[in-house]
Design a protein around this ligand. Structure first.
Ligand SMILES: Cc1cc2nc3c(=O)[nH]c(=O)nc-3n(C[C@H](O)[C@H](O)[C@H](O)COP(=O)(O)OP(=O)(O)OC[C@H]3O[C@@H](n4cnc5c(N)ncnc54)[C@H](O)[C@@H]3O)c2cc1C
Length: 462
């Protein structure tokens, strides 16, 4: 195999493969280095879902019904308040699939565009020349191999192994995702003991259900009469276990049998302030691009890939070096729009810290903040619909909640505090400097703003 390519991508997850495919389509030579064997590619999780619009938007053929990859399409998601009350409906089509089949198909599509893969090859170290990242060393069957490219991309997921290994001169933060910056998710595959009796996961509006207060959900599964029963909490798997217990006391399920249990974490952390360095780009989970309302990063990272590919394609065409400065537009375009929205959403999470079951019930009951309209807007636009008229209505509902003792002052003051911080963070990201020389000053202010955002906490009431 040739060891010189235009682009070397480390990590053949949904993001690395898609990114490579885009560049190969533009006739650049792309090599993706992947730790797993070809056969095991995509084995990290069983099933997942994507907004159905992604197939058109990112020009990926949708899964074919009747294949092993396809599970179901559903249009509605139900959201419930505490004790399973006050249903809110989100109308947003979603496709449920089996991850490994999807990834293997995506890899074939990429190969058809000319992407080369080097499987069973674990990243070992970076190769630097004149302050530029120029290649990677990988371990393949006990042998060290070197691959060189004009750009090295880290798409190794939350391990972000290439980013962590960078020397300072490359210009990208090396932080690791700490334990208290993760959501600990337990997904159980459950089979209903009496499937003919009513149970979650069946009705047209209830194929996918989220009990937001408990961070618990039910989603479709491919096995007969089975569903995914998931729950995530900050602070460790023991909190996720505790939350499920509390949930089942408040919202009892008909009898079921647990067929399988999977444990995994998702990152709840801000992105590095720069996605690009000298000869380097990080994208996907390695760059913390997940949507904090769902913990998902595939769609948002594909969207970031389109931005990055445009800039890189231009540089390659003009034969310009892929330096941090030359790639700066990736940061400007990403952080001024999607990056600003994701940062603002993430900064809002601690705002829920002081909300009790009673507070959350009020929000669900009165259709605001936790309403079908807000959920749809968040999924569609990564922000809530906060027109002036709606803001006035929301203020009125908060006041009424406090006067009628249905909503606590403590919850309101925490929510307002975080709305303010989140608004300031968004504004700051929307002003991401076009001029790289103003970056250090921008970072100082950004760090100051993030210092006001507390870490996620386990806050579930019994
Ligand atoms: C329980 C759970 C459920 C989820 N459900 C959904 C969902 O329904 N929809 C959704 O959009 N998202 C979902 N997510 C999030 C989603 O899995 C991630 O956002 C997404 O996989 C990120 O893609 P990625 O390509 O950046 O990283 P990954 O998918 O993590 O891929 C990284 C790749 O890099 C490889 N790699 C790692 N280290 C090395 C190394 N040293 N050398 C070489 N290769 C390496 C890995 O083997 C892997 O193939 C879920 C996450 C969890 C934990």
């Amino acid at each position: 195999m040739n060891n010189q390519h235009d682009i070397i991508i480390v990590g053949a997850g949904p993001v690395g493969i898609y990114f490579g495919m885009l560049l190969a389509k533009k006739n650049h030579s792309v090599l993706i280095v992947e730790r797993e064997s070809k056969k095991n590619l995509g084995s990290k999780m069983d099933q997942f879902h994507l907004e159905s619009m992604v197939f058109d938007k990112y020009r990926i053929p949708p899964p074919v019904e009747g294949t092993d990859e396809f599970i179901t399409n559903f249009e509605w998601t139900s959201y419930y308040g505490p004790y399973g009350k006050h249903q809110q409906l989100m109308n947003y089509p979603v496709t449920a699939m089996r991850f490994q089949f999807f990834i293997q198909r995506l890899a074939k599509l990429a190969e058809a565009e000319g992407v080369e893969f080097q499987f069973s090859s674990s990243f070992s170290e970076v190769i630097i020349k004149d302050s530029m990242l120029t290649g990677v060393r990988v371990q393949n069957n006990g042998e060290i191999k070197e691959f060189y490219g004009k750009l090295i991309v880290d798409s190794t997921g939350t391990s972000a192994i290439v980013r962590h290994s960078l020397p300072d001169e490359i210009g990208v933060e090396k932080f690791k995702i700490e334990d208290d910056e993760k959501m600990y998710v337990i997904q159980r595959v459950i089979q209903w003991n009496n499937p003919e009796e009513p149970h979650p996961g069946t009705d047209k509006y209830e194929e996918s259900i989220s009990w937001l207060y408990y961070k618990t959900w039910v989603a479709p599964h491919f096995a007969p009469n089975a569903n995914i029963f998931g729950g995530g909490q900050p602070g460790g798997y023991e909190n996720a276990e505790k939350a499920v217990e509390i949930f089942l006391k408040d919202v009892p399920f008909p009898p079921y049998t647990i067929l399988e249990e999977h444990r995994a974490t998702t990152a709840y952390r801000r992105s590095p302030f720069s996605l690009v360095g000298n000869g380097f780009l990080c994208i996907g989970d390695s760059a913390c691009m997940s949507k904090s309302f769902s913990g998902e990063a595939i769609e948002s990272s594909w969207s970031a890939s389109l931005i990055a590919v445009d800039v890189i394609q231009r540089l390659l065409k003009e034969n310009l070096p892929i330096t941090m400065k030359n790639m700066w537009d990736v940061n400007v375009i990403y952080f001024r729009d999607q990056g600003a929205k994701l940062a603002a959403l993430l900064a809002q999470i601690p705002g829920a810290a002081n909300t009790t079951k009673k507070d959350v019930t009020y929000l669900f009951k009165k259709n605001f903040i936790f309403s079908g309209r807000d959920f749809t807007s968040m999924w569609q636009n990564l922000e809530m619909d906060m027109s002036f008229g709606r803001m006035i209505k929301i203020v009125g509902l908060f006041l009424w909640g406090i006067i009628s003792r249905q909503f606590s002052r403590k919850a309101l003051s925490t929510m307002l505090k975080y709305m303010k911080i989140s608004g300031a963070i968004r504004k700051h990201y929307e002003n991401f400097p076009e001029n790289i020389d103003e970056f250090n000053e921008w970072v100082i202010k950004a760090e100051e703003l993030w210092n006001h955002v507390e870490k996620m906490k386990y806050t579930l009431e019994k």
